[in-house]
Design a protein around this ligand. Structure first.
Ligand code: PMV
Length: 352
């Protein structure tokens, strides 16, 4: 008998960025981070896991149809090992459960958007992998407990186990047991919030986030200043989200994106993730904000950039038509996703 489960997981985009590991093996971050989970229609990973007695020569995995090796001690291997271990513990407790932990796996994952283009494909991919294996193994664990495993696949993946507004608490324990994700506010709490993604380039990024973080921890003096200010930013942005205070949310989001890229520039040799188009988008949003502030007393939008040149612009739904019109006018060549994203739901397990 073939056992099978499929799960989907959404992308999340950080407002307070995770950048730096204090433990590279367990993936423990140097600071807490906070993100918004996007809706699942356009940007998601779907993963199907199968277990069957006929599968030979170990576990195998395909990403977008291409086989990836599961290296012993690597991140995929670690996630699979942890989940299989949990399944085994359940089987030991309940003799009636089928012995799935002993079977080899076949895992297929698809992204419906460009992989590794600064669009957080690793976050949705690893979250979908963990959710699909948790479904296959019928594990009783909560999203926070699963987030601890997803974190070891790709740090930001732990946040995609939740919908809405999500914090990843850095934790204090050396074994990572308290480094996990939790919901700050549900998607229903602030349904007006939307995200517009402007794809400046869908080429694979030059410096992976893993290499970039390591290089930053090793060479950037400015990182210490960042680690000093982030805890207060975490508190302030959580309060802004709870109060649905877009102005405070926007100021913190833009400041954190700019500081993250400043830290990248502070490394030796420097890392550049933004390009000229990215910087022009920052200029446009700053200008739109200046005009909107003068007219209404409020900000219009907030930009943020991950480890790549693509812009994500957060704004309340009512402001989006102005932003989309301005982006299309000044960047006719940039490929904005046709509709802004709503705040989305968590990684979804299959029904039944
Ligand atoms: O989880 P990783 O290794 O793909 O790192 C993600 C890093 C950023 O996207 C730049 C920031 C974040 O918090 O998502």
């Amino acid at each position: 008998m073939v056992y099978e489960a499929t799960a989907t997981a959404p992308v999340n985009i950080a407002c307070i960025k995770y950048w730096g590991k204090r433990d590279t093996k367990l993936i423990l971050p140097t600071n807490s981070s906070l993100s918004v989970t996007l809706d699942q229609d356009h940007l998601r990973s779907t993963t199907t896991s199968r277990a069957d007695a006929s599968f030979e020569d170990g576990d195998r995995l395909w990403l977008n149809g291409k086989e990836e090796s599961i290296k012993e001690g690597g991140r995929l291997w670690t996630c699979i090992k942890e989940l299989r271990g949990w399944r085994k513990a359940e089987e030991d407790k309940n003799a009636e459960l089928p012995k799935l932990a002993a079977l080899n796996l076949r895992i297929a994952s698809y992204n419906n958007f460009p992989t590794a283009a600064g669009l957080a494909s690793s976050a949705s991919g690893l979250a979908a992998l963990v959710a699909s294996l948790a479904g296959l193994y019928e594990l009783p664990q909560s999203p926070s407990e699963l987030s601890r495993i997803a974190r070891q696949g790709s740090g930001s993946a732990c946040r995609s186990l939740f919908g809405g507004f999500v914090a990843w608490r850095e934790g204090k324990e050396a074994d990572g047991s308290d480094s996990l994700a939790e919901e700050v506010a549900s998607r229903e709490h602030w349904p007006e919030m939307q995200a517009l993604i402007c794809v400046v380039s869908d080429a694979k990024k030059g410096t992976s986030s893993t290499a970039g973080m390591q290089h930053t921890v090793e060479t950037s003096p400015l990182l210490q200043e960042r680690l000093r200010v982030v805890p207060k930013r975490m508190d302030d942005i959580s309060a802004a989200i709870k109060a649905r205070d877009f102005d405070a949310f926007a100021r913190l989001t833009m400041a954190d994106s700019n500081q993250f890229h400043a830290v990248c520039l502070d490394t030796a040799p420097p890392i550049f993730y933004l390009n000229d188009v990215s910087r022009a988008i920052i200029g446009l949003v700053e200008e739109l904000n200046r005009a909107h502030l003068a007219k209404t007393g409020h900000l219009l939008a907030a930009y943020t950039f991950d480890a790549g040149p693509n812009a994500v612009i957060y704004a309340p739904e009512a402001n989006m038509p102005t932003i989309v019109a301005a982006v299309n006018r000044f960047f006719p060549q940039a490929e904005a996703f046709p509709d802004p994203f709503k705040v989305g739901t968590a990684a979804a397990l299959p029904e039944g």
